[in-house]
Design a protein around this ligand. Structure first.
Ligand code: 13P
Ligand code: SF4
Length: 307
């Protein structure tokens, strides 16, 4: 059986769309109908006419798709594809934390569970975070959750004093400044480009900071030839495809078996699992109606502010 042809046939037969995040393995990015960052993927899932969405990303992204399109069947190829950042903000603890600041509104990064979104006033992604924060009156106090590195970075660049939840992502916390500097010693012309979920010392040393799509856009417009990329290594696939003459190196983490920076959750999906997902219509993502009705509000607010 030719798996790729079968995927195409099933897609047509079932009116299904495959959405993939930039952190997916190259083979999945190449078969997807759309590859993007978390913001564009949420826009796509709200806009698609498909009956089935196969979401090659992590659970919070598939949940966001279901929240925006409850009438559609949303499938995830591996149901264990969670997110260490979303898990670093358990709903019960967050509720207690939020209740300590009754005059604050909650801005949460989309990398959260649906329950956290249900306690949120407006969501953001790393692409639109500055725009979202700046849309809120300056005198309004804000709680930002769940990523401490992104929250602190936003405080620095917007001049706000948001109360930041102490969460982090296992991939972005792991980069080693020492090893990055060693690599820079070998490639002195290489620019360091980083996702804002990285720790502050990495951000300070960076030539450019941005979301996955912002990093990709930067490498297309910038005239350097070499880059050290401090985010999940899946993004290098699009960078190399779009810039064949340039060299892209994954920023080295402190310790890892692959010597690179894979998100174990994003990398759970395989082409075979995408095929099984489409063929057997598994694993279906669902969000309780009570939670969905509350969670859809901050996501829609975000999409309205950030057109
Ligand atoms: P983007 O919003 O930049 O796509 O990032 C999502 C993510 O999971 C970062 O770790
Ligand atoms: Fe979550 Fe980090 Fe993986 Fe992004 S890279 S999906 S924040 S665990």
């Amino acid at each position: 059986m030719d798996t790729l042809l079968e995927i195409k046939r099933l897609q047509k037969e079932k009116n299904a769309v495959i959405l993939a995040h930039f952190y997916q393995i190259p083979e999945i990015q190449d078969i997807a109908d759309f590859v993007g960052d978390s913001l564009d993927l949420s826009r796509k899932s709200a806009d698609t006419d498909a009956d089935i969405i196969v979401f090659a990303g992590v659970n919070f992204m598939a949940e966001t798709a279901k929240i925006l399109s409850p009438e559609k069947k949303v499938l995830i190829p591996d149901r264990e594809a969670g997110c260490s950042l979303a898990d670093s903000c358990p709903p019960d603890e967050f509720r207690k934390f939020r209740d300590k600041y009754p005059d604050h509104i909650v801005v949460s990064y989309v990398n959260t569970t649906a329950e956290i979104k249900a306690m949120t006033d407006i969501c953001c992604t790393s692409t639109n975070a500055v725009e979202i924060i700046e849309s809120i009156p300056r005198e309004q106090k804000i709680i930002f959750a769940p990523d401490r590195n992104l929250g602190n970075y936003l405080n620095r660049i917007t001049g706000r004093n948001m109360v930041v939840w102490d969460g982090a992502c296992h991939v972005h916390e792991e980069f080693s400044l020492e090893r990055i500097m060693k690599l820079k010693g070998e490639f002195p012309d290489a620019k360091l480009i980083s996702h804002p979920e990285c720790q502050n010392p990495i951000l300070i040393a960076s030539d450019f900071i941005g979301s996955t799509s912002a990093l990709l856009k930067f490498t297309g417009s910038d005239d350097s030839k070499e880059y050290i990329v401090a985010t999940e290594s899946g993004i290098l696939h699009q960078m190399k495809k779009q810039n064949p003459g340039k060299l892209f190196m994954p920023a080295p983490p402190l310790d890892s078996t692959c010597g690179c920076s894979d998100c174990i959750f994003m990398k759970m999906h395989t082409v075979k699992k995408v095929y099984n997902s489409l063929n057997e219509e598994k694993f279906e993502v669902d969000v309780e109606p009570e939670i969905r009705e509350k969670a859809v509000i901050p996501i829609k607010r975000m999409l309205e502010v950030s057109r």
